[in-house]
Design a protein. Structure first.
Length: 448
């Protein structure tokens, strides 16, 4: 008997909670459906949301979906209420109080959930209303994202733009800008996700933008990049409201998207994936030398000098006047003990850019390297007459080595008077060949 009583009490509690849920939803639906909402309506709406939060957890799917919808629309309803008041008409800053990144995210999630549920159930209660909300609020959301980026809040701007795309999957351009902002915010994983989706969607962004001059203020206005925008511009030109039409071709963004994916993978330390991505990027943009250099840098980090040198050579074929590339080949050749090639590349870098200080410095180092061999030979000689003759020959050769390095070291100091190491090296060379006045002058420069 006791257990029956408990079961009865339990069922009463459950049914009471269910009734409470239905009452909360009815209240929310009633207020939401009103043509004009008052301050007291808004207070009741918010109170009902708070009270219904704990009740809705164990409810049915449709109750959860619509409660989420009413909750997501709360900031929008409140914003509409506030902005209809005359005293707030000229205070657009109030929008930011209700339009937060969190609110936008909640709005998108719940609107999409409601649309999906109504499509599945065939119950079109709010589908049209949601579509109208998206159309009317999208420009405001775009302005909000722009304002966030203007305040250097790149992470937040990226989130809002991604939310706009989630609301309207036909507006893929917003996802592209979200990816760019995410990179600026160093949100690399998120940017990679966005770029990956752009890649899978085969998004190019290639279009023609339509402009014309407003006759009233003589300023050029942007009409958009759709056929409808072009038609709108033409009709306004016929009405003599606009003049001087201008079209601007926007090239495909696919090469940039592929390149961004590769560079993000590099940033994340995913070398193998980055290599593959760079190969794909090079197919999209075969003339982009930067892609080849980025790929070559992976091999440089991995100490694969054969692959590195091969890619740099390819880059040079496309851009033979790139002094940095030539200089890098010189460094690789020097490290591989290919000294003749190293000298050739350093001299070529100087030919391309006569102010390339590092090329002069490396040439000087290359020349001075020969000194070590000569000193070793001199130290092994004895004091006999024949050996002393050999010593004098080696000493002369050593002086010639010093003299061959002087022009390059002098050029380094001329280009960069603050290069202390180059100055000290040149002082040492002058002292070694007894050019003491020159050494003294340089010491004075060093003191300065």
């Amino acid at each position: 008997m006791k257990s029956k009583v408990l079961l009865l009490v339990s069922s009463i509690l459950i049914s009471t909670a269910a009734l409470a849920q239905k009452d909360e939803l009815k209240t929310l639906k009633k207020i939401y459906g009103r043509e004009k909402i008052s301050d007291s309506d808004m207070e009741l709406y918010k109170t009902t949301l708070v009270n219904g939060e704990s009740l809705i957890a164990g409810s049915t799917e449709d109750d959860k979906v619509y409660f989420g919808f009413y909750k997501a629309m709360s900031p929008i309803l409140e914003l509409n209420l506030v902005m209809t008041k005359p005293e707030n008409a000229k205070n657009p800053g109030l929008i930011l109080k209700y339009l937060t990144v969190e609110n936008v995210s909640m709005l998108v999630s719940n609107l999409n959930s409601t649309l999906a549920f109504e499509k599945k159930s065939g119950k079109q209660l709010y589908t049209k209303d949601i579509q109208e909300t998206i159309t009317s609020f999208k420009p405001m959301l775009v302005s909000y994202a722009v304002a966030l980026s203007g305040d250097s809040k790149m992470k937040e701007a990226a989130n809002v733009l991604a939310s706009i795309y989630e609301l309207d999957k036909t507006d893929v351009e917003k996802l592209y800008f979200a990816a760019n902002y995410a990179v600026n915010a160093k949100e690399y994983e998120k940017a990679l996700k966005y770029y990956g989706e752009l890649k899978s969607l085969n998004f190019s962004g290639e279009c023609t933008q339509y402009y014309a001059k407003n006759v009233l203020n003589e300023k050029e206005d942007y009409f958009g990049n759709t056929p409808e925008a072009k038609t709108d511009r033409e009709s306004k030109i016929k009405l003599k409201l606009y003049s001087d039409p201008r079209d601007e071709k926007i090239p495909s963004k696919r090469p940039e998207i592929f390149k961004s994916i590769a560079l993000i993978l590099l940033e994340l330390g995913k070398s193998d994936e980055a290599k593959q991505a760079l190969k794909e990027a090079r197919v999209e943009s075969p003339e982009d030398v930067g892609l080849i250099i980025s790929e070559s840098n992976i091999y440089l980090k991995e100490n694969d000098m054969v692959s590195y040198k091969k890619l740099i050579s390819v880059a040079l074929e496309k851009n033979p006047n790139n002094a940095d590339l030539v200089f890098n080949l010189g460094v690789i050749s020097y490290n591989n003990k290919e000294l003749a090639d190293a000298e050739k590349y350093y001299l070529k870098a100087i030919e391309i850019d006569p102010k390339y200080g590092n090329a002069y410095l490396n040439l000087a180092i290359l020349k001075l390297d020969a000194e070590k061999i000569l000193i070793d030979k001199m130290n092994k000689l004895g004091t006999s007459a024949p050996e002393m003759k050999k010593y004098d020959v080696l000493k002369k050769q050593r002086e010639d080595v010093y003299k061959s390095a002087i022009p390059y070291l002098k050029k380094v100091v001329e280009l960069d008077p603050q290069n202390v190491e180059a100055i000290k090296t040149l002082i040492g060379v002058y002292n070694a060949i007894e050019l003491f006045d020159e050494a003294k002058a340089l010491k004075a420069l060093l003191k300065k």
